[in-house]
Design a protein around this ligand. Structure first.
Ligand SMILES: Nc1nc2c(ncn2[C@@H]2O[C@H](COP(=O)(O)OP(=O)(O)OP(=O)(O)O)[C@@H](O)[C@H]2O)c(=O)[nH]1
Ligand SMILES: [Mg+2]
Length: 325
C-alpha cells in the first residue's frame, strides 16, 4: 500500500529480528534510519528532488512559487537503510493566514530531525531572501547539507565555487553538493552522504509504503497541480481543492471535487470559454491518475467562490491531509 493506511500501526517494522539475518553471517548487521527534512526557498526544486530520490511521484511540482503547502513525507528504502524525507513549503515571508500556516509547517520540519537538506537554485543570483532563508536553519544544531540544484541549466560550472563560498559564509554546512533533481545528476552522492549520517534504528514504515499522505489528498493535489500548470498570476495562489465524494473500486475510482477560488473572475478563468479550461484540467488530472493508479478514474469538478478563504481559519484548516481519513 504505497499511500497512508487509514489505520496505520504505530509499531516500527524492525528488520534486525528477521530469521534470514540470524542465519546469514554476511547480512549487514547495521540498519540505519532517520528523518531528513528538505528545506529551501519556493521554486528551488524541493518537491522535484523528493520525487527524484524516491523514483516516483509523491509531491506535486510546478513553476509557480508556493506550490507545496503542506509538509509531507516520502519514504526511501535502501539496502540497510530507511530514509524518511519530509518535503516542506518554500521559506517565505507570510502575508496571509494560509502563508503563516505554511511557515508553521516549515518550523515544525526543523524539529527532531537527523539531517537537514537545504536546497538552493544554482542558476539564480544569491540575494537577501536566500540569506533570510538560511538564517532560519543556521542556528539549528542538526547537521545540514547544501544542495545546489538545477545545474543542468548552468552553462558555466565555474559559478559553483563562488556560490559555495557565499553559502559557506552564511551557515555551517557539512557538504556542498551540486545536483540536478531533473536529470538525477549528483543524487547518488546525496543518498550516500545522507545514509552515512543516519543513526542505527529500525524501519519505521513497511517496505511498500511510499508516503504518509492518504490517497484522496494526493488526488486533490494532482488536480491542483494541473490548475497551477494551466493558470497564471494570482489564480494559482487562490486555489484550494477539496474532495467531496470518493468511491474507490478495484477497477474504477470515482471522485467529485470542489475547486475553491477567492473571486468570481478567478472562477470564470478556471471554467474558461464553454467550460474548456475546466475540461482541460479534468482531463490532464484524470490521465495522470489513471497512469499512476492503473485503473479508470471518473472525475467531476466544481468551481466555487469562497471570498478571501486564505484569511479564514475555517478554510485554512482544511488545507493539508490531516483531516482526511
Ligand atoms: N532545469 C531544472 N529545473 C528544475 C530542477 N528541479 C526543479 N526544477 C523546476 O523548478 C520548478 C519548481 O520545482 P518544485 O519542485 O515545484 O520546487 P519547490 O522547491 O518544491 O517549490 P515550492 O513547493 O513552491 O516551494 C519546476 O518547474 C521544476 O520543473 C532541476 O534540477 N533543473
Ligand atoms: Mg514543493
Amino acid at each position: 500500500m504505497p499511500f497512508e493506511d487509514p489505520e496505520p500501526t504505530t509499531e516500527p517494522v524492525t528488520q534486525s529480528e528477521s530469521t534470514e539475518q540470524k542465519i546469514s553471517p554476511e547480512a549487514p548487521q547495521r540498519f540505519v534510519s532517520g528523518f531528513v527534512s528538505i528545506l529551501g526557498r519556493p521554486n528551488v526544486g524541493k518537491s522535484t528532488l523528493l520525487n527524484a530520490l524516491l523514483g516516483t511521484k509523491v509531491a506535486i511540482v510546478s513553476d509557480k512559487p508556493q506550490t507545496t503547502r503542506t509538509a509531507l513525507q516520502g519514504i526511501l528504502n535502501l539496502p540497510g537503510a530507511q530514509v524518511i524525507f519530509m518535503d516542506t513549503p518554500g521559506i517565505h515571508k507570510p502575508d496571509t493566514l494560509m502563508n503563516q500556516r505554511m511557515m508553521k509547517e516549515v518550523q515544525a520540519a526543523l524539529e527532531g530531525r537527523d539531517l537537514l537538506l537545504f536546497v538552493a537554485d544554482a542558476t539564480a543570483p544569491v540575494g537577501i531572501r536566500d540569506e533570510e532563508a538560511v538564517a532560519l536553519i543556521r542556528d539549528v544544531s542538526t547537521p545540514k547539507l547544501l544542495l545546489l540544484n538545477k545545474i543542468d541549466q548552468l552553462r558555466n560550472k565555474a559559478v559553483l565555487l563562488p556560490l559555495i563560498d557565499r553559502y559557506r559564509q552564511m551557515a555551517d554546512f557539512e557538504e556542498y553538493i551540486p545536483i540536478s533533481a531533473l536529470t538525477g545528476d549528483g543524487l547518488d552522492r546525496v543518498k550516500q552522504e545522507i545514509v552515512k549520517r543516519l543513526p542505527e534504528g529500525p524501519a519505521y514504515f513497511p517496505q511498500d509504503q511510499l508516503t504518509d499522505q492518504p490517497l484522496p489528498f494526493f488526488v486533490s493535489e494532482i488536480i491542483r497541480e494541473k490548475i497551477l500548470h494551466a493558470t497564471r498570476h494570482e489564480v494559482p495562489h487562490a486555489v484550494m481543492v477539496q474532495i467531496d465524494q470518493w468511491e474507490d473500486k478495484p477497477n474504477l475510482l470515482r471522485v467529485a471535487a470542489s475547486i475553491y477560488v477567492e473571486r468570481e473572475g478567478q472562477k470564470a478563468i478556471l471554467i474558461g470559454a464553454k467550460g474548456s479550461m475546466l475540461k482541460r484540467i479534468g482531463t490532464e488530472a484524470r490521465l495522470e491518475l489513471e497512469a499512476l493508479l492503473g485503473k479508470k478514474v471518473y472525475l467531476e469538478l466544481f468551481v466555487k467562490v469562497r471570498k478571501d478563504w486564505r484569511e479564514k481559519p475555517v478554510y485554512v484548516n482544511l488545507l493539508g491531509w490531516k483531516h482526511y481519513g
